[in-house]
Design a protein around this ligand. Structure first.
Ligand code: LLP
Length: 417
């Protein structure tokens, strides 16, 4: 196998000696491939973000819910945040204990809320209306509230969750109302949380949002934890030399603020964060086959079997994923602009527009969409009745473990009556 384009997998020894052509032959194409070492390294970075003693990172499992990966994250000592009964179920199946979970739903049904209450999982409420509902279902209970910090950040307007233009969180101006509802149902507010948005590469808005959540915290006496949210970005443009988010600088900025607040509040209150993407994203690539090349009106297309059903991010958010190309032959790597497209019957099925890739790339080569571990498989569908891919893990010792089967024809009719 020759790497015709890209260096990340070579630099990180990503495949640990396994041949990508063999992997595709054995597990089918496309194929999600994870690297255990990278996943564990990212968990450790989040675990050690600050030196403040009562700090617990919660992995936001919506980014990737494969049970085998969740077990690794749990082994690394992270807790988890969950958005639905389905995510609660998967987290519990993976070995997380109810007290290690934080349920952060929005606009849920009484049944969803009851599912968490029955399992003793701390729940964060996102509106006054749902706080009333929670009070009716669990009077005298403990509860958390998600506040809107008034600051937003993120890579696309669809993922900015703080600020005036989003549906999320309770506006701090409603705090008197919050207190009235807490009192009328005898609820204790044990936690508050926020999430400003997804994928910031500059920590400034995150740090800026701290003052608002801490101001809110000062207005409640019984807090056990404050959750600062997720959104920690990863460098999707590695091939253009994009820098990593400076985790050390972020930790150093957070530490004194957390220490000072704990002292002022008079207790060693727990601080939490909710990273989703940061944990699994770079540990994974989506590998597929180049199936056709063609020229249409002077535009050069590289067709492959990675449809937007298997990786939605480019079509959904115009997201960039670096691309690597592997070939059986040793070919000329001279670059030309190629538009990489999938196998779904929609003209929007574009993975990359006019990307500089080797002009020699041809049918039979393999293509990898990098940094596919977050919001990759978890957002995949079987649109066009294309199978969702298998997932495999390259373990630390170099062995390959299949962690999910590829869909089958039977799966397509499984729920039909
Ligand atoms: N906490 C809450 C309340 C959230 O809503 C989210 C993500 C997270 C934590 C984790 O955010 P992260 O650390 O992963 O940025 N599908 C989009 C991202 C949507 C994020 C939704 N909420 C994407 O592929 O970019």
């Amino acid at each position: 196998m020759n790497t015709l384009h890209g260096t990340f997998t070579q630099e990180t020894n990503f495949f640990k000696g396994n041949d990508v052509f063999d992997l595709i032959k054995q597990y089918g194409s496309p194929l999600y491939i994870y690297n255990e070492d990278i996943l564990r390294a990212r968990c450790k970075e989040m675990k050690n973000l600050v030196t403040y003693s009562n700090f617990v990172p919660h992995y936001s499992i919506k980014a990737n819910t494969n049970i085998h990966l969740l077990k690794i994250v749990h082994e690394e000592g992270l807790h988890a945040d969950v958005m639905s009964p389905g995510e609660i179920y998967l987290a519990l199946e993976s070995g997380f204990k109810p007290e290690e979970l934080f349920f952060i739903p929005n606009n849920v049904t009484p049944e969803d809320m009851q599912y968490a209450i029955d399992r003793g999982i701390t729940t964060s409420i996102d509106s006054l209306d749902q706080l009333e509902l929670y009070g009716e279902l669990n009077p005298g209970g403990k509860v958390a509230i998600r506040f809107n910090p008034g600051v937003g950040a993120g890579h696309h307007e669809k993922v900015v969750t703080g600020g005036k233009k989003t549906k999320f969180g309770v506006n701090p101006e409603y705090i008197p109302e919050v207190k009235r509802i807490l009192e009328s149902y005898n609820l204790t507010l044990v936690g508050i949380n926020q999430h400003i948005g997804s994928l910031f590469m500059d920590a400034a808005p995150y740090i800026e949002s701290l003052s608002s959540i801490l101001d809110i915290a000062r207005q409640f006496d019984d807090l056990e934890f404050i959750d600062l949210g997720g959104g920690f970005g990863i460098p999707y443009h590695k091939q253009d030399g994009e820098n990593r988010l400076d985790i050390n600088a972020l930790g150093e900025a957070l530490n004194p603020v957390l220490e000072a607040f704990a002292e002022e509040y008079g207790k060693n209150i727990q601080f939490q964060i909710e990273p989703g993407r940061y944990i699994p994203c770079e540990s994974c690539l989506l590998l597929g086959q180049v199936t056709a090349t063609k020229t249409n009106a002077d535009h050069n297309y590289l067709g492959c079997d990675i449809g937007f059903n298997t990786l939605q991010r480019p079509i959904m958010y115009d997201s960039h994923h670096d691309i690597e190309i592997y070939s059986k032959e040793n070919k000329d790597a001279t670059l030309a602009p190629l538009t990489v497209v999938g196998n779904i019957c929609e003209s929007g099925d574009i993975l990359a527009k006019d990307r500089m890739l080797p002009a020699s790339t041809s049918r039979g080569d393999l293509i990898a969409m990098m940094d596919a571990g977050a919001y990759g498989y978890s957002m995949a569908s079987c649109y066009n009745q294309r199978f969702r891919p298998a997932e495999i893990l390259i373990c630390s010792d170099g062995s390959v473990k299949q962690i999910r089967k590829r869909d089958t024809f039977e799966d397509l009719i499984r729920n039909m009556l």
